[in-house]
Design a protein around this ligand. Structure first.
Ligand code: FAD
Length: 494
């Protein structure tokens, strides 16, 4: 039997930062990953002469040199800063509703306010008031997440933070266009303005406006590999193509794992980056406290994605890309767009990422690497027969291309390579129920304030890290792995 101090299940963002933190602190750590590469969502893959980024559309949390935000600090601590090269995006995004508006917001407060005023004249004061509230709420929300005691938190967070984003927008603006442009990042959180807590959009928009959106040279795979190398350099051991099938317990405490080749591993601490349903499903039912079972039963598996990874045989300028990130919507009805994630009606909203406006170094010279994405729940996809699935996949992909034609006319003619991923693809590669990419639905009821299980997994020796045990997205999961490992280390006997 292999004996280590800690075993980490899954090498997604949080699994990687947890493993590197533990090993670098001196705990003999085994990292077990069912796929053949590190990263989970944060990977890339090759088709023809193209390498395709799987997931990273915009990285938050980096900040400028000299004005770095949390991720620069984290990567310094993990000894990976020198191994990662960040690529800055100049703009936040371009938001388009054909025939209604076409607005590009630069990634700075004043520039964004100017662009909004130019597109929706007469709103200057309202924009300033909205941005002021947003900065305030984001600031205190970040302080709260970092553990500032409730008594010290500014009342503005209690009054405004958990209100639906839609209500706060309605209070500030009349024009549906400006509301839709300001709310565009709701798709990065997977919940529409009526269900999303204002504080969550506030933190997201604040993070990108204040600390800029970034890509990574060599894609998110380069970042995952850099963190893995830091772990290996410190003496850690990794097993790829190996799934954990069981979490061993003794007298109610997690004491190791069972691998799919039958090997048993003993470990004082078990960190899981797998989904919560999979993690608790790997424990004996008797080891899972009643309150955890009740909590899990009331949660909803979150949204997945549908994405076309494309190599286009033309430069970004030839194709008409002016920004890295473009949102194209059928109209300003975000609630209807969200409802359509449960159907196969033509995609109503897409996010179009060009990785060569500020090149990340993947695309061959003269070409453009593009990700064309919308969100989708997996329910319908799971019910299709194999023949129906193939048909539905290509028919639905066409509807994303139709939407993209509005900003890149003739995009189909430029396609040299294309690969399509559905919710079932995500489920297959990540092992997560529903192929969920942000964990559970991140609506207002899922806030960490209301979920005990997020603070206490209920099984001594078991620690949860990743999108299912907190917030989804790159920055939150990279930070979560480090935080969980640090808390675990603090609790170690001297
Ligand atoms: C297409 C797409 C676009 C996205 N765009 C963005 C974006 O622009 N910005 C952003 O911030 N976020 C984005 N996200 C979300 C973000 O990528 C994820 O929320 C985040 O990477 C999840 O990290 P994680 O630590 O939870 O681990 P995951 O990436 O979920 O990985 C979990 C790992 O655990 C492994 N595993 C599971 N079960 C087992 C087992 N039993 N044994 C061994 N290993 C196991 C899996 O194989 C996987 O490698 C996107 C995601 C996708 C898929």
């Amino acid at each position: 039997m292999t004996d280590v101090d800690a075993v980490v299940i899954g090498a997604g963002n949080a699994g990687l930062t947890a493993a590197a933190t533990l090993q670098r602190a001196g705990l003999r750590t085994l990292l077990v990953e069912r796929h053949n590469v590190p990263g989970g969502c944060a990977t890339s893959f090759r088709r023809g002469r193209y390498e395709f980024e799987v997931a990273l559309h915009q990285l938050s949390g980096v900040g400028l040199e000299g004005q770095g935000f949390t991720l620069r600090g984290l990567f310094n601590k993990l000894g990976v800063s020198d191994r990662i090269d960040f690529v800055q995006e100049e703009d936040l995004y371009r938001a388009v509703v054909p025939g209604q508006h076409d607005v590009t917001l630069p990634a700075d407060w004043a520039g964004a306010a100017d662009a909004l005023e130019e597109a929706f004249p007469g709103n200057r004061d309202r924009i300033e008031r909205f941005f002021k509230l947003l900065r305030n709420v984001a600031f205190w929300q970040i302080a709260a997440m970092r553990g500032l005691p409730g008594d010290d938190i500014n009342p503005v967070l209690f009054r405004q933070g958990l209100r639906p984003l839609g209500d706060v927008l309605d209070e500030h603006f009349d024009d549906p266009g400006i509301k839709s442009v300001l709310a565009a990042y709701w798709v990065y959180l997977g919940q529409p303005p009526s269900r999303l807590a204002f504080q969550d959009l506030a933190v997201t928009l604040f993070a990108y406006l204040e600390f800029k959106p970034w890509h990574v040279r060599g894609g998110s795979q380069a970042m995952s590999t850099a963190i893995l190398d830091s772990f290996l350099d410190a003496g850690g051991e990794v097993r790829f193509n190996t799934a954990v099938t069981g979490i061993r317990t003794e007298r109610g405490r997690a004491v190791g794992v069972r691998l799919d080749d039958g090997e048993e591993v003993s470990a004082r601490e078990v960190v899981s980056n797998a989904s919560l349903p999979v993690t608790y499903g790997m424990l004996d039912a008797s080891a899972v406290p009643h309150r955890i079972r009740t909590d899990l039963a009331t949660r909803r598996v979150g949204v997945s994605g549908f994405i076309l990874h494309m190599g286009l045989d033309a430069t970004p300028a030839e194709l008409g890309f002016t920004t890295s990130t473009t949102f194209v919507n059928a109209d300003t009805d975000d609630e209807r767009t969200y409802a359509a994630y449960h159907t196969l009606e033509p995609a109503r909203g897409i996010c179009l990422s060009s990785y060569d406006v500020a090149p990340i170094g993947f695309a061959p010279s003269g070409t453009t690497h593009v990700g064309l994405m919308t969100l989708q729940y997996s329910d319908l996809w799971e019910k299709l027969s194999p023949a129906e699935y193939a048909k539905a996949k290509f028919a639905y992909a066409e509807t994303l291309l139709d939407r993209a034609e509005a900003v890149v006319p003739g995009i189909r003619d430029a396609i040299e390579e294309v690969d399509v991923a559905t919710p079932l693809t995500m489920a297959r590669y990540l092992g997560h129920p529903g192929g969920a990419i942000y964990g559970y639905d991140q609506d207002r009821t899922e806030n960490w304030l209301f979920r005990d299980s997020l603070r206490d997994p209920g099984v001594p020796g078991l620690h949860l890290a990743g999108s299912w045990a907190g917030f989804g997205g790159f920055q939150p999961t990279l930070e979560a792995g480090h935080r969980v490992a640090r808390n675990l280390l603090h609790a170690q006997p001297a």
